[in-house]
Design a protein around this ligand. Structure first.
Ligand code: NAD
Ligand code: G6P
Ligand code: MN
Length: 442
């Protein structure tokens, strides 16, 4: 059995110990030769690696594990790069969320102006990491990217590094499917979804469980309850704001019964309600800093002091398992069907060929192959997607052309922004806040 060198870029991420736990849970199917972490914040990575290393020691004690801040050492001869960087870390996320919100506009780290601000910080560093991979890693090394905003990152990579082996993924559909298992009383692998959209902007059109269509049953459940099964134990989405999000599914499902929306559609379809629900002083960034991040660093301190920590702090959820499953299917040409983000190229007939769409694909050794050929989507969804797509494309134009007006167009086109005046106000504030991170916009 072949063994792989995997590099996690964003080694200091709050998700790293969980991803490593998932990798080692699957070590008999996807065998590691070496595990490396890479980050540009050595101290954060050192701390998180205390726990990552303990996961390695416990689950595969012979495995070579190393930490890096030097790209050559990190990427040399690698077979896979798992990317999960957060440029500007949580303090910048807080501004992405709070600046628009102070102007009564949804600030979210992937949707709306918050996501666009995050994108303008992230494109350049992502290109840098792709270039390190191409310079130092194996020629058939794949990057599997989780770094958000995945939709805009994907569009930027398509245009700026068109020949690079980068596969962008998102764990939201699998996270939703994991919740659905409680309703269907099945395993997550038993659900076969049909789905279309952009990242964080899509719909499930059908759900088959062991070959039987059970879409209507799920729609009926969501209309009554939201996507909120009582027994589900999902650490990743346990916080109060995520609970609200899963409850909000109910309102969307009752408005439009045709397809099951991604949770993130709440920001585009339920804007007024979301603005009422959000707290201008305490956003998701605060909740994560006080929750996921604080818990991780508390566990690290505890482990440094006592040599012990609560093992339940990092359970293997859909997030970790999904990236490993995708890597495994790429490595072993398994042609498994997963929802990933790919260039449309006619898969959805009535969307542009060059849209980066999230659809079911077979994951082969040569990359993803779309399962749709000429799918036609109804006007409502097409209209919504085209507006969002135009916004995201204008934003990548703004990055590539250093263009203020393209950025203003991107912000104006976004459905979360009420007018071009509002777009300008928010954009100008974000330019100030992102000095040193954004390209200069002229
Ligand atoms: P985090 O801040 O805990 O970790 C991010 C790490 O990236 C930090 O250690 C930081 O120092 C590092 N970093 C920043 N810029 C870097 C660079 N240029 N080179 C190397 N390292 C760099 O963040 P987190 O909450 O754990 O999330 C990590 C990323 O994963 C985010 O982008 C998040 O949105 C994304 N994510 C995506 C999905 C998805 O569905 N696509 C799911 C979960 C998380
Ligand atoms: C979902 C999304 C991701 C997002 C993650 C964590 O799973 O698909 O894109 O990064 O949630 O969000 P959080 O707000 O918990 O950092
Ligand atoms: Mn996502």
């Amino acid at each position: 059995m072949k063994e792989y060198i995997v590099v996690i870029a964003g080694g200091g991420s709050t998700f790293t110990p969980g991803v490593v736990k998932a990798l080692l849970t699957k070590k008999n199917e996807f065998k590691l030769k070496e595990l490396r972490v890479y980050d540009n914040d050595a101290e954060r990575q050192r701390k998180v690696s205390i726990i990552t290393k303990s996961v390695v020691d416990e689950m595969d004690s012979g495995l070579k594990f190393s930490q890096h801040t030097e790209p050559k050492e990190a990427f040399e001869n690698a077979d896979f790069v798992f990317a999960q960087i957060r440029v500007g870390k949580y303090p910048m996320r807080e501004l992405d969320e709070k600046i628009p919100l102070s102007l009564n506009t949804i600030g979210q780290e992937t949707c709306g102006p918050g996501g666009m601000a995050y994108a303008l910080r992230t494109i350049e560093p992502m290109i840098e990491i792709v270039d390190y991979m191409e310079k130092y890693s194996n020629s058939n090394c794949w990057m599997i990217n989780y770094s958000n905003p995945a939709s805009i990152v994907a569009e930027a990579m398509r245009r700026i590094r068109p020949n690079s082996k980068v596969l962008n993924i998102c764990d939201m559909p699998v996270g939703m499917m994991q919740k659905m298992t409680d309703v269907f009383k099945c395993e997550y692998e038993d659900i076969e979804p049909e789905y279309f959209g952009l990242n964080h902007f899509g719909w499930f059109t059908s759900l088959k469980v062991k070959g039987i269509d059970r879409t209507q049953e799920m729609k009926d459940f969501i209309k009554e309850n939201g996507l909120f099964p009582k027994n589900n134990y999902d650490l990743q989405h346990k916080d109060a704001s995520w609970q609200k999000t899963y409850k909000n599914m109910k309102y969307m499902m009752n408005l439009f019964e045709e397809y099951i929306p991604n949770t993130y559609m709440q920001y585009y379809l339920l804007g007024d309600l979301i603005l009422q629900q959000l707290n201008k002083e305490y956003t998701r960034a605060n909740e994560v800093m006080d929750g996921r991040e604080a818990t991780l660093f508390k566990v690290i301190d505890e482990y440094e002091k006592t040599g012990k920590y609560d093992k339940e702090a990092f359970h293997v959820g859909a997030h970790g398992l999904f990236i490993v499953d995708v890597a495994n299917s790429l490595a072993n040409d398994m042609k498994k069907k997963y929802l990933v983000i790919v260039e449309n190229k006619g898969a959805i007939k009535n969307l542009p060929d060059d849209a980066m769409v999230e659809i079911p694909c077979y994951i082969t050794k040569d990359g993803p192959v779309a399962t749709y050929h000429g799918l036609e989507i109804p006007t409502f969804y097409k209209g919504m997607i085209e507006q969002q797509l135009a916004s995201e494309k204008c934003l990548v134009d703004a990055y590539m052309e250093n263009s203020y007006v393209k950025a203003l167009m991107a912000f104006t086109l976004n459905k979360t922004v009420s007018s071009s005046q509002k777009a300008k106000e928010i954009l100008d504030r974000l330019i100030e806040a992102n000095k040193g991170y954004w390209p200069e916009l002229k």
